[in-house]
Design a protein around this ligand. Sequence first.
Ligand SMILES: [Zn+2]
Length: 538
Amino acid sequence: MADVSYLPYLQMFVFFSGAVTLWELYLDMRQMKKNKETSPPEEIKDLVPLDRFTKSQTYNVDKRKFSIVSSLINLASNVFEVVYLWPILWELARTLVGENEYYRSIVWQIMTSFVSMPISIPMGLYSDFVVEARHGFNKKTLSLFVTDTIKNLALSIVFTSILIPVVIWVIHWGGEHFYVYIWAVCQCLIFVFMFLYPTLIMPLFNKYEKLHDDKLREEIEQLASGLEYPLSKLFQMDGSKRSAHSNAFMFGFWKNKRIVLFDTLLQITATLTKDAEQELGIEFEVVKGKGIKLTALKGGETTAGKWNEVHVGRNDELKVGDIVVDIGLEAGKLSRKEVAEGETDDKDISEKVAEEVKKLTEAGSKGPLNLILERKPYSNDEILAILCHEIGHWFHAHVLRMLIISSVHIFVIFRLYAFSMNSAGLLMSFGFAADEKAVMVSLSIFMLMFTPVETVVGFFMTVLTRMNEYQADDFAVKQKRSAELGAGLRKLCVENLGDLNPDPLYAWFHHSHPGLVERLQNMKQKDILINGEQKKTN
Ligand SMILES: [Zn+2]
């Protein structure tokens, strides 16, 4: 490794970043071309109605356009930040807190995360309130966006201030073989974080409640015990507060597993945000003890009409005859909970719903109103099949396997960093003093140079994740749930406007999940292979 210290590192970094961005742009363009096609591919024709296909296409074109623009902006701002701002901020940190490496590194890291905010915040706003909102997915209010941003910032300051001193101390203390110690510390930190994240951090952003639906809870508990899955807690989460995308996930150690279902899997919520001049566009009658029944809906410029225009064909499109069983005055704050807690009784719910909807029909009134429908978005069997797939991930120890891979990955990073940490050439290329001994500076520069390798590693992880998805699907097939899983996946794909016309190269590089068509075909084949024999004998 004698002469490497005189390579043109900075130019290499700019070249690599540019090359990675170009590659992703090329993939985005290919995918966008596929999303501009107007007729669906043969294999999707029977699965998804044409109007849903068209909706999914326009949503994905919008997303690609945004992705192309934002990756160019990111490249420019990233290069500017590294080339010009890093050394300047490092000096500024010294003027602020002095030579002490610990304080100076913390301040430097916090400042570097602040300087990217004038770009990342407007981009986040545009993504949520323009791109997602245009297709009826964004449920965030501006105030939720602001509080989310502040919470995230506070968390990152807290973690930076705790982790940076640990890393610096271990690397200095560890001497020649520091990479072994820092690797061990990272493993511990990952376990601590895996424990803290769901118990302390996620509740800062969402509300977790016991699953309301008793019948579904019983069925899930039966499923879990039948598969010997150590389910300790079952929650529903107010995912609808931020987005209409639906999901389920599980977490926890060994014998203490938890399942979380997004409320978007469990209930249909229509969010009517009325302007003062707008007409609500809903007529209804009270159904005693239950809620209200929609007896007429107006289209055009009314609030209900606008909602239906965006949500046409989706499960949250309002229909005449729909029963609204509950309301939420702000997302996530549902009156059903009050009912369950006995603050009001069941009889009142119909009057309560009617009262709130009526308020919005009055002239000059405005505001958001969540209508929760009686119709369910997914059948219990579909939810059970989706959970069976999730339990398949546990059965095949996918999380553990990924942890082992990331553990090797972290070791390799620090081992290679050990070679480069005192390279004067590397430090000087990025505008730092040749004898700069600060760990965070050399580590940050090393990680920049490592970006191309990380891109390749990320790609292999994507391929592996896709293989795991097939394995989890096969697990559900073995439990004879392929039909319900297929139906559930199709709904998930249609409701979330998943990409129905993927470009093969784009999907190969980016998609962590196989396409809907591939998954359905795989399940069909495996069903014959695994269950075919049994079907004959039964
Ligand atoms: Zn999965």
